[in-house]
Design a protein around this ligand. Structure first.
Ligand code: F6P
Length: 315
């Protein structure tokens, strides 16, 4: 198995789930270090039940991760396949985001090699599952940061613009805005008017609301630009903060730990049972498997009910 792409809290729990489920079926597991790069360089460790003891609460990934440019070329994938064959590795579990899952699909198709994918990214932008591993923890991390920011915004009667991760999507931003009671959220999926937001801030101030939080998804713009615009068009004191990579670390929440264990164990069993080319997910709390080709060709969309809720809650 490998962990690949941007790391996500809960990846270690997923590793534990895969290893312990496989060992329970008498199947050995090796972990390649640094994602696909580790397969190409034949850098792996045997994973025993002891290897995955004491890691469930740790953020990051014990197998480390990377984004491998070499694996993007056929020659790199061929080298990886030969390493898998020469070490009698009969199948591969890949934990990562869409780029990592695309690599798994390509390897599987080019060499008719068994693979199983797990959604591991804080962005939660992967179809075929309600949640990706790491999303819940990232949202909680950002929410707790905003709870702190709200104190100083209140004290100084300021507007605070908070930029969160999400690459090209607004799933983190929307969940954080709802859970932190933000007055506005800017996401790439939905057009917005900064002038309109400024008008709403001014109306709120006439109603006595002396401080506000605006959550910005990094794919929708830069917090510093939004701050400048708000300060200029409202005359209010405004500051900004970019939460950045702190959203990628920290001890995974109970939700992410259990999600990761369940997905990992199910992936191991599906692979051992002879299935391949699937991504494991949850749908309404139930474990599901979908063809990776479907997952990668399907756009995950923003929940309109949550979008409406943000407006209603901040009106
Ligand atoms: O895909 C996860 C993610 O954290 C995105 O939200 C973010 O834009 C990107 O990774 C940052 O990548 P890097 O860690 O390479 O700077």
């Amino acid at each position: 198995m490998i962990t690949s792409g941007g790391d996500a809290p809960g990846m270690n729990a997923a590793v534990r789930g895969v290893v312990r489920a496989a060992l329970a079926r008498g199947v050995e597991v090796v972990g390649f270090q640094h994602g696909y790069r580790g397969i190409i360089s034949e850098d792996f460790v045997n994973l025993t039940t002891q290897s995955v003891g004491g890691i469930i609460h740790q953020g990051g990934t014990m197998l480390r991760t990377a984004r491998s440019s070499q694996f993007r070329d056929y020659e790199g994938r061929k080298q990886a396949f030969e390493v898998l064959m020469s070490n009698e590795v009969e199948g591969l579990v890949v934990i990562g985001g869409d780029g990592s899952l695309t690599g798994a699909k390509t390897l599987s198709e080019e060499f008719d090699y068994p693979i199983m994918g797990l959604p591991g990214t804080i962005d939660n932008d992967i179809a075929g599952t309600d949640f990706s591993i790491g999303f819940d923890t990232a949202v909680n991390t950002a929410m707790e940061a905003i709870d702190k920011i709200r104190d100083t915004a209140y004290s100084h009667e300021r507007v605070f613009v908070v930029e969160v991760m999400g690459r090209r999507n607004g799933f983190i931003a929307l969940e954080v805005a709802l859970s932190s009671g933000a007055e506005a959220v800017l996401i790439p999926e939905v057009p917005f008017s900064l002038l309109e937001i400024c008008d709403n801030l001014k109306k709120a101030r006439t109603r006595g609301k002396r401080s506000s939080i605006i959550v910005v998804a990094e794919g929708a713009g830069r917090a510093s630009d939004v701050r400048d615009f708000v300060a200029k068009n409202t005359g209010f004191e405004a500051r900004y903060i970019v939460l950045g990579h702190m959203q990628r670390g920290g001890s995974p929440t109970a939700f992410d730990r259990v999600l990761a264990l369940r997905l990992g164990a199910y992936a191991a069993n599906r692979l051992i049972n002879g299935y391949s080319g699937e991504m494991i997910g949850v749908d309404g709390g139930k474990l599901v498997h979908n063809p990776i080709s479907y997952v990668l060709s399907t756009e995950r969309t923003i929940d309109p009910e949550r979008l409406l809720l943000v407006d209603v809650m901040s009106s």
